[in-house]
Design a protein around this ligand. Structure first.
Ligand code: HEC
Length: 251
């Protein structure tokens, strides 16, 4: 080794130069690392992020809501207001409120002309099996009161063998569209069931025609088919009070 180098002072400064150089590189590395640093995020963190956002939104919304106490305090007030308020009749064509202006106007309307509907159809015209099938489905509603085989029940007169069922078509259509209020004589027995029969005007013209064709040609009954146009011709009956036997054409 060069003896001039074996000098304490030189060795001392060289040592510090080395340390300094090392530190400069360390600092450079630190700066590079700092600039490239990004938060290590896991998949779970990514998945959770939307939940935190939603939770924050929900918290804000809940804070803005009425408290449970405020709602509880409001219930009796709202209840009192409801109890004190008069019911308002809301009318849709299929549902006319009894006693409303529309109901009164309908009740005062002149009696419908049923002649066109009742002019004898060709009684022997073959009955469409598709119409009978559709009528059979529709009859499930009727069967609840009139019996599976139209035999009648304590809450409704019989359909089987009824002179009304095989009588004028307009009667049957009007009973479907308005319902029926007793008393009514069926097969020699007087029926006057409390409440009578409700209107079944929710059925389409085709459904009413089908169920009436079905009852007129089932359970031993035999009569002409009912056409949807005949039902349509009497649609103006909907909303009028339950029809009474006195208003119907004698079978
Ligand atoms: C909730 C029970 C009930 C249902 C459902 C019902 N009816 Fe009636 N129906 C009655 C009552 C009750 C009478 C007799 C009215 C009275 O006594 O005041 C009657 C009378 C009749 C009559 C005239 C009397 C007779 O027996 O011939 C016909 C026709 C009739 N209903 C057909 C039908 C048809 C068709 C359906 C199904 C679309 C039907 N009803 C659904 C209760 C019902």
């Amino acid at each position: 080794m060069d003896p001039s180098r074996d000098n304490l002072v030189i060795r001392f400064t060289t040592f510090w130069w080395a340390v300094g150089t090392f530190l400069i590189f360390a600092l450079l590395l630190a700066v590079i690392w700092l600039f490239n640093y990004s938060d290590p995020t896991t998949l779970e963190d990514e998945a959770a992020k939307p939940r935190y956002v939603t939770k924050a939104k929900v918290d804000v919304a809940q804070a803005a809501n009425l408290s449970a106490e405020a709602i509880e305090a409001a219930i009796p007030v709202v209840g009192k207001q409801l109890a004190a308020s008069k019911p308002v009749a809301v009318e849709v064509p299929a549902q006319i409120v009894p006693g409303s202006d529309t109901a009164k106007k309908l009740a005062a309307a002149p009696a419908v002309d049923t002649k066109a509907v009742d002019t004898p159809a060709v009684a022997d015209a073959p009955i469409d099996p598709a119409v009978m099938a559709s009528g059979k489905v529709q009859f499930m509603v009727c069967a609840a009161c009139h019996g599976q085989n139209g035999e009648g029940s304590p809450i409704a007169p019989p359909i089987a063998g009824s002179e009304w069922v095989m009588g004028p078509i307009s009667n049957l259509i009007r009973i479907q569209l308005r319902g029926l209020q007793g008393p009514i004589m069926v097969k020699g027995t007087e029926y006057n069931i409390p409440g009578g029969m409700a209107a079944h005007a929710y059925q389409t013209d085709e459904q009413i025609a089908a169920v009436l064709t079905y009852v007129r040609n089932s359970f031993g009954n035999k009569a002409s088919a009912v056409k949807a146009e005949q039902v349509a011709a009497l649609r103006s009956e909907v909303g009028k009070p339950q029809v009474s036997a006195a208003e119907l054409t004698k079978p």
